[in-house]
Design a protein around this ligand. Sequence first.
Ligand code: ATR
Length: 282
Amino acid sequence: MITGKTRITGVIGHPIEHSMSPPMHNNAYKQLNMDYVYVAFHVQPEDIEKLITSAKTLGICGLNVTIPHKTTIIPYLDEIDETAKKIGAVNTIQFKDNKAKGYNTDGIGAIKSIQEYTTLQDKNILILGAGGASKAISFSLINENINSLTIANRTKENAEQLIENIKKQTNFTKIQYHTINDVDEIIEDMDIIINTTPIGMYPHHEVKPPIKTDNINKNHIVMDIIYNPLETQLLKQSKENGAQTINGTSMLINQGLVSFEIFTGEKATYKSFEEALLNQLK
Ligand code: ATR
């Protein structure tokens, strides 16, 4: 029940009504018997300037941030966590002692998902795509003592810009670009493959995977950040070849769990988020 003491958390975006976060967080609050609520707020881009002040005024204790506000919110924060600063995007804001601090839990969400299957240390990793998700995952990966990172992308310039950005802000040098069309040539040298492109997402779920999968085998872990459908063509073909596959629900849940802890100081269970998400996706 919502009471006079209920604490408010939520997500801001434009559009926002299809967000999966409210059911996940609210299910965890219910199961943990916490007097919190998680609400979706539709915030127009031109109103972003007022957002932090408004949230402080209302005593909101935590907000997730989604498209198109992840970067434009930054100038209005009081503090920003080191990784979020490098990524240049924030998906979580903690309000504490009248200060707004920004974090990015997308990358760590992806890392936790992979770490359920293997360690990242010394691994050769291939990322498909060079957009916002690729950037968040790349910056988080290089904190994990990986051996190398290869970024394959349709537009070479976008990948090169990301690589430059990473090299400039970290001392990681084993990072290179590869054309996405002939990336199957190097698949054998890779341990983990992560798709961050929207190729294979509903309603275009029947299209060919972003890469040829012939050389993917039982030694590979293949992760897709797409969660609708639960099994993309890339994951389906990789699994048929014997690879360990991880679908997009895992990163979505793990990033949410990290945000939950930032907001409340409590840990929610993976299961509480998962059952709410799968229920929505049904
Ligand atoms: P996000 O920022 O959410 O990660 P995005 O910016 O829409 O997502 O796109 C992520 C990546 O998917 C981009 O690298 C994009 O490639 P370009 O740099 O060439 O634009 C890639 N991408 C999107 N649609 C694609 C398509 N149809 N074929 C190949 N790559 C595609």
